[in-house]
Design a protein around this ligand. Structure first.
Ligand code: AMP
Ligand code: ZN
Length: 494
């Protein structure tokens, strides 16, 4: 029996506003689409939070035994500076400023995106399609929407007719906005616009002469609208109806609302069964965003080269910090919060690595099976990683009690405890067991650190405290912690 048949997974569907039991369209299989980055700049930590949130979802679904097809796109065309239909293409603008080809911009920041997510130990998606690789499909779907009468052509551009669509379907149901309010709240249509109504959005835009990213189409040399690429790439690889669509909360409107409208207009079917939205990472209480300059780059955290933090933190600790908050809660980034996470992370890792050395007894007076189920219950309840982490700390407490002799554990339960903690910490939360990784690298690293520990001890004996502190601090910056104890100095990695 697959694990998903034993565990009842529920999660919050932004469409219904309720936690719902998850039932995929095809038993045992899950199709999941997540909006990927627009690759015109380095990803900031806010972007990473959203991708780590969905990595948790991907990992847990896989752990439950589902065969998951996870599609996450790369937006390499069509995303204009202004999220509505105006402004320069973000990638073309960067190319102009840096005097390089748009595809060089795309390549540079796609590589950066992959590097950073790999550092955070995110699993790669099953398919990572690009918008420019699907222009033909985008043109085809525009033709379909035109045929169904939900779009119109004007001066070489094609717009989605929101008012007409809303007469037969419902526009605004995901974000809970009524079309009447949208109409009342939008200012007059700009005089130069070809749109019939301000709510309409572009499916295809005719390129101005200076617009370099352009493709031929039946309507004009131009480029596709930003919302359309996600409709095309999700339905191409997952079908006209699929299980899960995710993205950051800020994409709910208009991006996801437009995706629903396009999908329904083209196929008559509602494309997504479960909508998931990850909440924002804030800095100084304000949304982290490229456009406002209120952001921090992951590399600035790993190296400590920034004004926000008092020291460097490893990707592992940053990932742990992110997962200590529920994905639907706002999370504020701060130096103190990261310091707290680092302490907790080290405590968790140390306890995990001490399991092997625990003295085994005849029997166990710690309810391992009961505790294990509480870990599953946390994840089954809307992927609640902070509760799961609290449960892992219950195990840390038990391990410490066993060390003190106030609790006992049998040899077989020791193995079960280790296996369960490992599954939740490494497979599901995606933390990295740096100690066993270092061992895997061979004894070289351990040998080098031990050498430095000996040199530091020598420096101390010679009262050269400046040097001994320098060794400790620089190792710390690299994520290597030295701990002085009764039996000498030990180290831990994170
Ligand atoms: P973009 O490259 O701007 O399209 O953003 C890529 C992803 O990052 C989207 O899913 C956004 O919702 C998400 N995102 C942007 N800013 C933040 C933030 N401050 N916190 C969490 N997610 C964010
Ligand atoms: Zn999207």
């Amino acid at each position: 029996m697959a694990l998903y048949q034993e565990q009842s997974l529920k999660f919050y569907n932004s469409m219904s506003g309720e936690k719902e039991i998850f039932t995929p369209i095809n038993e045992g299989n899950v199709g999941m689409y997540v909006c990927g980055p627009t690759v015109y700049s380095n990803v900031h930590l806010g972007n990473c939070r959203t991708f780590i949130s969905f990595d948790l979802v991907f990992r847990y679904l896989k752990h439950l035994g589902y065969k998951v097809r996870y599609v996450r796109n790369i937006t390499d065309a069509g995303h204009l500076e202004n999220d509505a239909d105006s402004g320069e293409d973000r990638i073309a603008k960067k190319a102009r400023l840096e005097q390089i080809e748009p595809m060089e911009v795309v390549q540079k920041y796609t590589v950066d995106f992959h590097n950073i997510l790999q550092k955070f130990n995110n699993l790669p998606p099953s398919i990572e399609p690009t918008a420019t690789g699907h222009i033909v499909e985008q043109i085809e779907i525009i033709k379909k929407i035109l045929e169904k009468g939900f779009a119109y052509e004007a001066n070489g551009s094609v717009y989605f007719d929101v008012i007409k669509f809303n007469k037969e379907h419902s526009y605004g149901k995901l974000s809970g906005r009524a079309i009447e309010d949208m109409i009342a709240n939008t200012r007059e249509l700009a005089a130069q616009s070809d749109k019939r109504n301000p709510q309409d959005f572009a499916l295809w835009k005719k390129a101005e002469p200076q617009h370099i990213m352009r493709w031929p189409s039946p309507w004009s040399d131009g480029f596709p609208g930003w919302h359309l690429e996600c409709t095309v790439m999700s339905t191409k690889y997952l079908g006209e109806e699929f299980d899960i669509h995710g993205g950051g909360m800020d994409l709910k409107f208009p991006h996801h609302e437009c995706e629903i409208a396009q999908g329904e207009a083209a196929s008559g079917k509602s494309p997504v069964n479960y909508w998931m939205h990850a909440n924002m990472l804030t800095l100084n209480g304000k949304k982290m965003a490229k456009s406002t300059g209120n952001f921090i780059l992951p590399e600035q955290i790993f190296t400590g080269e920034n004004d926000v933090l008092t020291k460097a933190f490893s990707p592992n600790v940053v990932r742990f910090f992110i997962l200590q908050a529920h994905y639907r809660s706002i999370l504020d980034f701060s130096s103190d919060a990261l310091l707290g996470s680092e302490k907790g992370f080290n405590r968790l890792m140390d306890a995990f690595h001490s399991i092997d050395d625990l003295e085994a007894s005849q029997n166990t007076d710690f309810d391992i099976q009961g505790w294990k189920q509480t870990c599953y219950d946390a994840m089954n309840d809307d992927f609640n990683s902070p509760i799961l982490i609290a449960k892992l700390f219950d195990a840390v407490k038990a391990i410490n009690n066993i060390k003190e002799g106030s609790t006992s554990i049998s040899e077989s339960d020791k193995a079960e405890l280790k296996k369960t903690m490992s599954a939740f910490m490494f497979d599901i939360l995606g933390l990295v067991d740096s100690v066993s990784e270092a061992n895997g690298d061979g004894e070289k690293l351990t040998g080098t650190i031990e050498l430095l520990i000996r040199l530091r001890a020598e420096a101390r004996n010679n009262k050269n405290f400046a040097l001994s502190d320098q060794i400790r601090d620089q190792l710390q910056e690299m994520g290597i912690q030295l701990k002085d104890g009764k039996e000498g100095t030990s180290f831990s990695l994170n």
